[in-house]
Design a protein. Structure first.
Length: 187
């Protein structure tokens, strides 16, 4: 019995040794991979830039002083679309759904507020629901477009489409007239 066990162990060790010899016999390339060569750097730079550009959507007509829970008829159209490679996956889906770089969709824009009902369901199948941070402060003395962080949901029952992503809403403030104009969605 002891002899059989010794032979089994010896055979097992011999198999391991043969496996190690085969593993050591794998030929190595003449040169090692150099990550710092030009071609590899281009690939690294390109991968770093994924998701670094934004999709600019225009809200037409502009929505002035929207009410919390309000539903507004609008057309969402692409103002600027970079190469889809540079967009995040969610923003690329938005671009595809709207119809590409020159696309547009007639939608109901819904301004959602925490724990408040909307003023109806709207007339259109496609809903763009914008949920901004509560009590976000805009600088009334600043001219130009200011950004409000928000969450955007796009939903369509007819197309069986739903998407949720973080965006910025581009607004213009006219403190003299008491107007806040919602013009853009930056994805």
């Amino acid at each position: 019995m002891a002899t059989t066990t010794a032979i089994t162990i010896t055979a097992f060790l011999a198999l391991i040794l043969v496996g190690m010899i085969n593993a050591l016999a794998v030929p190595r390339p003449d040169k090692s991979l150099e990550i710092h060569k030009l071609g590899a750097q281009d690939l690294v730079k390109r991968n770093i830039t994924v998701g670094t550009q934004q999709l600019d959507l225009n809200i037409d007509p502009d929505i002035v002083n929207p009410n919390c829970g309000g539903v507004y008829l609008a057309n969402i159209n692409v103002q600027f679309a970079p190469d889809p490679f540079y967009l995040t996956a969610a923003c690329n889906k938005v671009l595809s759904y709207i119809g590409g770089p020159k696309g547009n969709k007639d939608v109901d824009v819904v301004f959602a507020c925490l724990a408040q009902p909307t003023s109806g369901s709207g007339d259109r199948d496609i809903k763009v629901i914008l949920n901004t941070q509560a009590n976000f402060v805009l600088d009334g003395s600043q001219s130009g477009t200011q950004n409000i962080p928000a969450n955007m949901e796009i939903t369509s029952e007819n197309d069986n489409f739903f998407l949720s992503t973080s965006v910025d809403i581009g607004v213009k403030v006219n403190s003299g007239a008491g107007k806040v104009t919602f013009q853009y969605i930056y994805c």
